[in-house]
Ligand binder design. Structure first.
Ligand SMILES: Nc1ncnc2c1ncn2[C@@H]1O[C@H](COP(=O)(O)OP(=O)(O)OP(=O)(O)O)[C@@H](O)[C@H]1O
Length: 556
C-alpha cells in the first residue's frame, strides 16, 4: 500500500508549495498593520492607505484562490487514491471472506471511504499547516525576542494540554465507539434472524436488549461529548490568555521603545493566525485519528502486491483429480486423504451423513479452499497454477444455499459478465428453467432485490443452477441442488445432468437422493471426512446393498 501512497508524493508536493505561497502571503497582513500603524496613520496620506488596502485585498483574494485549488488538488488526490485502492480492497476482502482463516475484517471499503474523506474534505490540510507555526514563531521573535519567547512558551503550553486532553478524549470516544458497535452488531443479528424473532414474538425482548446496549452507548458518548466541550473551552481560554500575554509583553517592550505600536498589533495578529491550524486540527482530530486508524487497518489487511501474471493455459477438457487431499478448518481436520479421478464428461455422485465433509470437498475441488495436503488438478495443472479469471469460465458451481445478487435474473445467470442473450437463454434452457423464468413478472429482467430473497427458494435454486451452467464450463460442482425443489424442480436437475453429460462436462454432485445419483458414473461416500466407498456407481451401489444385507442378517 505504501507504494501507492508514494506514487502520490508529487501531489503532496504541489499541496505543500500551495501552502508555502498561502502562508507567506498571510504574513502580508501583519506587515500591512505595521505599515499602517507606524507610517500611514501619521502621514495622513489617503493615497498610500488606499494603495496598501487595495494591495492587501488582492493578496487576500489570491490566498483564497490558492486555498481553493489546494483543497481541490487534495480532494482529487483522495479520490484517485481511493479509485486505485478500491480493487485491492475489494479483492482482499473477498479472498478473506472466502478463505479458510477469515480475519473477520469486513469494513475495508468503509475504511477506504474514511481515508478518502479525510483527503477530500480537506481535514488533513490543517495538519499540513501545522509546521508553519514554527515560521510564525520565528517572525514573532524577529519582531521582538520577548514576543517570541512568550509565544513559544504559550504554544508549548497549549500543545502539551492539547496532547494530554486529546489522549483522554480519544480514549473516551473509543469506549463509546466500541459500545456502539456492540449494539449495532446485536441489531444486525436481530435483522438476520428477524423471522425467528417474529415467529416467537421476541420483539420486545430483542428491543430491550438493544436498548440496554444503546443506553450504554449514549452514556459513553455523552461523557465523551462533555469532555470534548470542556476540552475546547480550556484550549480557547489558553489561546486568549496567550494572545493577551503577547499583547501585554508588547506593551512592556513599547514602554522601553523596543517596539512600535504597529509591531504590537502585528504580533497579536500573527499569534491569532498561528492558532488557526491548532484550532482546526483540534476540531478535525477525531476524523484524523479515525483516518489514521483506517489506514493502518488497510495496510494490515489489504494485499496490494500484484501477483506475477500466470501463464495462460489451453482450454481444459475437464480431467479432474484430487490426490490425497486433506483439509483443516479451525485447527480441526475435516477431510482426510481423499483421492478421486474423473475423465472429461464423467459424473461423480458424493453422498454421506450430515457434516461428513461433502461441502468441504466441493470447495476444495473448486479451489475455494486450498487443501492442507494433497493436490487438486484440472487437466493436469494444479488449480492454483491457473490464471484466476481464465479458470472461472471453465467452472460452474451451485452452492448449497442459492445466493443471488441484487440485479436482474439475466445478470445473475450471466455472472454479471457482458450480457449475451443467447448464452443466458441457453444456460437457462440447459437448467430447464427457461419456461419458469418467462413466467416471472418481468421475465429475464425481473429484479432480485438487495436481500436476494424476493424470489422463492426453489426458483432461486434453479436460477443458481442456470448460473452454474452458463457459458462453456468444463467442470461443474452441484452441492445438493435439490434442497428446495419439488418433483418438477428435481426433474429439471435431472435434465440439467443429462445436458452436462451430452456436452461432456465433468460433474460432481452432492446428493442423498438415490434417484439423482444412481445414474452417475462414479460414487463417493464420505464418512467423517474420509472415503468410505469410492468407485464405479454399480460397484458402490452393490457394496452398499451387500452391506445392508449383512447388517439385516446380523440384525443390526
Ligand atoms: N467454515 C467452516 N469453519 C469451520 N468448520 C467448518 C466450516 N465449514 C464446515 N465446517 C465443518 O466441517 C465439517 C464438514 O462440514 P460440511 O459442510 O462439509 O459437511 P456436509 O457433509 O456437507 O454436511 P451437510 O450434509 O449437513 O451439508 C463439519 O464438522 C463442519 O462443522
Amino acid at each position: 500500500m505504501q507504494h501507492i501512497i508514494k506514487s502520490w508524493v508529487k501531489y503532496f508536493i504541489i499541496v505543500g508549495v500551495f501552502g508555502l505561497c498561502m502562508n507567506l502571503i498571510y504574513l502580508a497582513l501583519p506587515i500591512y498593520m505595521m505599515v499602517i500603524y507606524d507610517k500611514v496613520l501619521f502621514s495622513f496620506s489617503t493615497a498610500s492607505l488606499s494603495t496598501l488596502a487595495a494591495g492587501i485585498m488582492i493578496s487576500l483574494v489570491i490566498v483564497a484562490l490558492i486555498d481553493y485549488f489546494r483543497a481541490r488538488v487534495l480532494g482529487q488526490t483522495g479520490n484517485n487514491l481511493a479509485q486505485r485502492m478500491m480493487p485491492y480492497v475489494f479483492k482482499s476482502m473477498q479472498a478473506d471472506a472466502a478463505g479458510i482463516k477469515r480475519s473477520g475484517y469486513t469494513r475495508g471499503l468503509l475504511d477506504l471511504e474514511l481515508l478518502r474523506d479525510a483527503f477530500a474534505r480537506g481535514h488533513i490540510l490543517n495538519f499540513l499547516d501545522l509546521p508553519w507555526v514554527l515560521v510564525y514563531l520565528a517572525v514573532l521573535y524577529l519582531i521582538h525576542p520577548l514576543l517570541g519567547f512568550v509565544s513559544i512558551g504559550g504554544v508549548f503550553l497549549i500543545t502539551l494540554f492539547q496532547l494530554l486532553l486529546k489522549r483522554i478524549e480519544t480514549k473516551r470516544y473509543t469506549v463509546a465507539d466500541v459500545t456502539f458497535h456492540a449494539g449495532a452488531d446485536f441489531a444486525g443479528n436481530c435483522l438476520r434472524h428477524a423471522q425467528l424473532i417474529s415467529g416467537m414474538r421476541m420483539f420486545s425482548a430483542a428491543m430491550e436488549q438493544y436498548r440496554i446496549r444503546y443506553e450504554k452507548t449514549l452514556a459513553a458518548r455523552s461523557e465523551a461529548d462533555a469532555f470534548h466541550s470542556a476540552f475546547g473551552a480550556v484550549i480557547r481560554l489558553l489561546q486568549m490568555a496567550v494572545m493577551t500575554a503577547v499583547f501585554t509583553a508588547g506593551a512592556f517592550v513599547f514602554f522601553s521603545h523596543g517596539i512600535t505600536q504597529g509591531g504590537i498589533f502585528a504580533g497579536v495578529m500573527i499569534i491569532a493566525r498561528l492558532f488557526y491550524p491548532f484550532e482546526r486540527s483540534l476540531l478535525n482530530m477525531k476524523t484524523a485519528v479515525e483516518a489514521v486508524a483506517a489506514y493502518k487497518r488497510l495496510k494490515q489487511f489489504v494485499n496490494t502486491r500484484e501477483s506475477n501474471p500466470k501463464l495462460s493455459l489451453p482450454a481444459p477438457e475437464g480431467r479432474v483429480s484430487a490426490e490425497a487431499v486433506s483439509l483443516s478448518l479451525d485447527a480441526r481436520t475435516v477431510l482426510y486423504n481423499i483421492s478421486l479421478a474423473l475423465e472429461p464428461g464423467e459424473t461423480l455422485g458424493v453422498f454421506g451423513p450430515s457434516a461428513s465433509g461433502k461441502t468441504c470437498l466441493c470447495k476444495v475441488l473448486l479451489g475455494i479452499w486450498p487443501p492442507l495436503t494433497g493436490k487438486v488438478r484440472l487437466d493436469g495443472a494444479e488449480l492454483s497454477h491457473w490464471p484466476e479469471e481464465e479458470l472461472g469460465q471453465y467452472l460452474g458451481y451451485m452452492p448449497q444455499t442459492p445466493e443471488l445478487f441484487p440485479g436482474t435474473v439475466a445478470e445473475n445467470i450471466s455472472r454479471f459478465e457482458v450480457m449475451d442473450s443467447e448464452k443466458i437463454v441457453k444456460a437457462a434452457q440447459k437448467a430447464g428453467v427457461h419456461e419458469m423464468i418467462l413466467k416471472l413478472p418481468q421475465g429475464y429482467e425481473t429484479r432480485i432485490d438487495q436481500t436476494g430473497k424476493n424470489l422463492a427458494a426453489g426458483p432461486r435454486q434453479l436460477i443458481s443452477l442456470a448460473r452454474a451452467l452458463y457459458g462453456d464450463p468444463k467442470f461443474v460442482v452441484l452441492d445438493e441442488p435439490h434442497t428446495h425443489l419439488d418433483d418438477l424442480g428435481l426433474r429439471m436437475v435431472l435434465t440439467a445432468l443429462k445436458h452436462l453429460k451430452q456436452e461432456n462436462v465433468t460433474t460432481v454432485m452432492v446428493s442423498d437422493r438415490p434417484n439423482l445419483i444412481v445414474n452417475m458414473d462414479k460414487l463417493l461416500m464420505i464418512k467423517e471426512g474420509q472415503t468410505a466407498m469410492y468407485g464405479p456407481a454399480k460397484e458402490v451401489l452393490n457394496q452398499l446393498a451387500n452391506n445392508k444385507q449383512s447388517q439385516q442378517a446380523a440384525g443390526v
